[in-house]
Design a protein around this ligand. Structure first.
Ligand code: COA
Length: 374
């Protein structure tokens, strides 16, 4: 057995998956065989959620049933809602949603059942309830009354309604749906691998998703979409952008929303998200972020050949839609619950405990001596 260390598991293939395929050479990403760009243009988010969870696109009847099921599971218990209301206003919403999913485990009658049927039920419950938990915190920390979910609204419409009390235009909803489709799944990224690792000890789906949320929070993963917005706010106006980004590169700073462990020639999701970011910018009459976006991107490509990842366009898109910056990664959670759940079920179906080795580099073997005898 080779004891060569592969830090960050770089280049290591650890298992098989049928959920998605990332093909960096041809700049392509497919979910269950379908190109993500195609899914964005032809499907609503619920259809893609069904596809990821079940392996096939739904027919009319299956979609109707899935939508009905999702809408019927949206409500949170009084206990969880009042827990959310009592959470510190300054808490990060990623910590709130991580805790809320953990709380859901305490109430779910199927928590201990890891059968495929129970896991699918729990996946849909977590998926349906996460937006309710997030929007409750979105409003309660501002001292506003919590808005209950509405069954006649789609997943995206309902989230806007619960956050803002109204549903925006069809174009905004489509752009939001597209962002959710693009965020739904991405093979063995760090949070998905975390979820699979937790599952591999035969732990439950609530625990695996709770761990995955903690992993997604990091700025090298999902947290990057928030960092992109912080950067754009620091740049303030397009006139500052060129100087700002050059200075950052001279200081060897990591520019958030750029680079990727797998894609080295560009992230397959960016062209689609960029298209919808530009649509949203037009609707919102934004002249600032759209210009900063292009200037920073051009310098990163020209000077460093580092391309944007999907977090670069989603950051300003969510900002223009009216969401608080610290809600960007939680929105990613709402969507990625589908991908995580599919991987958790796949791991359960063909499980092998994940337990890598390490090379010891600590102190030499020594005898225990009591401190007062030294
Ligand atoms: N800004 C500035 N330099 C960057 C960079 C970025 N965003 N991403 C990579 N680089 C640099 C690295 O520092 C490295 O430089 P070096 O050769 O002088 O050491 C070089 O480009 C190659 O990096 P690479 O090995 O390709 O990166 P990685 O695979 O280890 O890291 C990320 C990938 C995602 C962790 C990294 O690109 C990053 O930190 N990006 C910012 C965070 C982000 O947007 N995350 C969301 C990912 S979807």
């Amino acid at each position: 057995m080779s004891d060569e260390i592969k830090k960050g598991l770089l280049g290591i293939v650890v298992d098989e998956t049928t959920v998605s395929q990332v093909m960096p050479d041809i700049n392509s990403l497919t979910y269950r065989g379908y190109a993500v760009q195609d899914l964005c243009e032809k499907c609503i988010f619920e259809e893609v959620a069904y596809l990821i969870l079940n392996g096939e696109l739904p027919n009319k009847k299956q979609l109707k049933k899935f939508i009905k099921n999702e809408r019927s599971e949206r409500s949170l218990s009084k206990n969880i809602l009042s827990d959310i209301q009592r959470m510190p206003k300054k808490a990060h919403p990623m910590d709130v949603i991580r805790t809320a999913v953990s709380l859901m485990a305490l109430e779910d009658k199927d928590t201990r059942d890891n059968s495929p049927k129970a896991n699918m039920k729990k996946a849909i419950r977590i998926f349906s309830k996460a937006p309710t938990a997030l929007s409750a915190f979105f409003r309660s920390r501002k001292g506003k009354k919590i808005i209950k979910p509405k069954k006649k609204l789609t997943f995206s419409e309902n989230f806007f309604y619960m956050c803002f009390g109204k549903v925006p235009s069809k174009e905004i909803i489509k752009a939001f749906d597209v962002s959710l489709i693009l965020y739904a799944e991405h093979s063995f990224n760090v949070s998905t691998f975390t979820a699979r690792t937790i599952t591999s000890s035969l732990s439950d789906i609530h625990g695996a998703i709770t761990g995955a949320i903690a992993s997604l929070k990091g700025p090298l993963h999902g947290g990057a979409n928030e960092e992109v917005m912080h950067m754009m706010k620091k740049i303030k106006k397009p006139e500052n952008a060129f100087k700002w980004i050059n200075k950052a590169l001279d200081k060897k700073e990591v520019v958030m929303g750029f680079g990727h462990r797998v894609y080295k020639k560009g992230d397959s999701r960016v062209p689609t998200m960029e298209k919808y970011f530009k649509k949203v910018a037009k609707i919102k009459a934004d002249k600032k972020f759209i210009k900063i976006y292009d200037i920073v991107k051009n310098v990163m490509i020209d000077k460093k050949s580092i391309h944007p990842n999907v977090d670069y366009p989603t950051g300003p898109t969510y900002h223009l839609m009216g969401f608080d910056t610290d809600f960007f990664t939680p929105i990613f959670v709402m969507s990625r619950i589908t991908g995580w759940s599919a991987h958790i079920m796949e791991q359960h179906a063909a499980n092998k405990l994940i337990r890598p080795l390490s090379k010891y580099s600590g102190a030499d073997h020594r005898k225990v001596m009591l401190l007062n005898q030294r």
